[in-house]
Design a protein around this ligand. Structure first.
Ligand code: ZN
Length: 190
């Protein structure tokens, strides 16, 4: 079994007027992200929407000094963006836990969440990472996955960043240093 981890594809990170937006670069992967989500929904595999959850004026949070406030709990900034958001909104949940919403408070989807337990209890060894930003939250999630012994696939056509140089650097780091498969136009090989 595999898991598709969709990282931070929310209004604040992607919309034109999002609070910490990747703008057009982030919007450019919407279609592919939606396609991959559909592909995974058609299988036994798990989908996790790992989404930043911050509190307003949280002076203890390290990101408060680094970035403008974003993904504040209770705001539209945390809603999934675009086509993907619309597709997921229209899904009727049939109770078979095919997808999970996971709040996270740090870059990595493993930090302070029950993601690892969710994966281990399902015997999932392979994680597929998509979303934003390639060189921040996707990168930190990949590093944790590497340290925990998961095998990693990065979809180069479904990750983006506001920082093109950081994006390129991270893609190389995934394959050269974390041993990840970096793929494009991936389709499930049965
Ligand atoms: Zn954040």
């Amino acid at each position: 079994m595999k898991a598709l981890i969709v990282i931070d594809y929310t209004y604040d990170f992607v919309a034109d007027d999002g609070r910490l937006t990747c703008g057009e670069r982030g919007q450019s992967i919407d279609e592919r992200l939606t396609e991959l989500t559909k592909l995974f929904l058609d299988t036994e595999d798990l989908i996790v929407f790992a989404v930043d959850a911050h509190e307003e004026d949280d002076t203890y949070h390290p990101e408060s000094k680094l970035f403008p406030a974003h993904n504040i709990i209770g705001t539209k900034g945390r809603a999934l963006y675009g086509q993907l958001g619309q597709f997921v909104d229209e899904l009727t949940y049939d109770g078979t836990t095919k997808y999970e919403w996971m709040d996270k408070t740090r870059y990595s989807a493993f930090a302070g969440t029950n993601l690892e337990i969710k994966l281990r209890e399902r015997n999932i060894q392979e994680v597929h990472l998509v979303g934003v930003c390639t060189d921040i939250c996707v990168l930190h999630t990949a590093i944790d996955a590497y340290n925990k012994g998961f095998s990693i696939t990065i979809h180069a056509d479904a990750v983006e960043s506001f920082n093109p140089a950081g994006h390129e650097w991270a893609l190389e780091h995934f394959s050269q240093t974390l041993g990840a498969k970096v793929v494009e136009k991936w389709v499930e090989v049965k």
